[in-house]
Design a binder for this molecule. Structure first.
Ligand code: NAI
Length: 301
């Protein structure tokens, strides 16, 4: 069965280069009308230009597709609303939203100015919130939606010099975790991609001999599947890059239980630390209440 997007409208943020460009071109090639958003600034978020988004729109049109360009910053709530308003004016609906726009301002935490922390959080995290906030009522009303967030191994696991980026990237996963529940009855699926690809953002960071095997178009099929009618999953974090596709999940160890009617001391925990932190038999949870039930189960009466 072919995965197609005929009759669908996709909004891709940061679609003027790298991964976003690849996603936008792919959606258009499979029949979607696409809103190509890009501020057109540098990797650090400085400057702006209409060129990046315009070139992608030209490319889509040259191939016979339909697209509009938008140059708003996703980090501005009014700009995010304008992106969705312009998409609605042009195409009448929004079915798919890929929150992809991003910047880097790396420094060790000790040396990082708070302004650089805030800017990175504003683009990656609040940018995803603002655009989703504007698109959400449209999707709710139409009882259809596919939203994809973009996280990073730097957020899921940590990367030296990226406290701002890592925090912002894991924040979108927390955002998804609640949103997947709220989207359920409206047929809105919310998932997250954790990509690895050779783009201007990763220039000089990836092994040069592997660059031609780390093309953004090896990440895009995972985004496309998550945005398809065929997808049934919500709340997944999918790793994609270099032909590798996998799922990441937070897991909790089986843990240990003491009698809750008796005092527990830190010494008792120290004696059991290796068992508490042993991840053999660990499990994940579909929602917070499932995890809280783990606690309740040990309470006896
Ligand atoms: P990129 O720098 O090629 O693309 C990011 C795009 O976002 C740029 O075109 C930029 O102009 C745009 N942008 C930045 N701030 C914006 C704003 N405020 N409003 C609208 N557009 C804005 O980088 P790449 O690699 O394609 O990154 C795409 C996403 O994937 C980012 O969220 C990044 O953090 C994430 N990512 C990328 C990885 C990789 O290996 N390339 C690894 C993990 C995550």
């Amino acid at each position: 069965m072919d995965i197609r997007f005929d009759g669908r409208v996709a909004v891709v943020t940061g679609a003027g280069s790298g991964l976003g460009r690849s996603h936008a071109l792919f959606f258009a090639s499979r029949g979607a009308k696409v809103a190509v958003n890009d501020l057109g600034g540098g990797v650090d978020g400085s400057g702006q230009s209409s060129k990046a988004a315009d070139l992608v729109v030209q490319e889509i049109k040259a191939a016979g597709g339909q697209a509009i360009a938008n140059y708003d910053s996703v980090a501005d709530a009014k700009g995010a609303q304008n992106l969705i308003d312009r998409t609605l004016q042009a195409f009448g609906q929004v079915d798919i939203l890929v929150n992809n726009a991003g910047i880097l301002r790396d420094k060790t935490f000790a040396k990082m100015a708070l302004a650089d922390f805030e800017k990175v959080v504003a683009v990656h995290f609040l940018g995803s919130v603002y655009v989703t906030k504007a698109a959400w009522p449209v999707m709710q009303e139409r009882l259809y939606g596919r939203v994809v967030m973009t996280t990073s191994a730097a957020g899921l696991y940590g990367n030296f010099g990226q406290t701002n980026y890592g925090a912002a990237k894991l924040a979108v996963v927390g955002f998804m975790n609640a949103l997947k529940l709220e989207g359920q009855k409206f047929n809105i699926l919310v998932n997250t991609i954790a990509p690895v690809a050779a783009t201007r953002m990763t220039e000089g960071l990836l092994p040069p001999q592997a660059l031609d095997r780390l093309k953004p178009d090896l990440v895009t099929p995972a985004v496309a599947y998550l945005c398809s009618e065929q997808c049934r999953d919500s709340g997944q974090v999918i790793d994609a890059g270099g032909g590798y596709y996998a799922r990441t999940q937070l897991m909790e160890s089986p843990g240990i239980r003491f009698d809750p009617s008796q005092p527990v001391t830190p010494e008792m925990l120290a004696a059991q630390w290796s068992r508490i932190t042993d991840m053999s038999g660990a499990r994940g949870f579909a929602a917070a209440n499932e995890e809280v039930m783990q606690v309740f189960q040990g309470l006896g009466k």
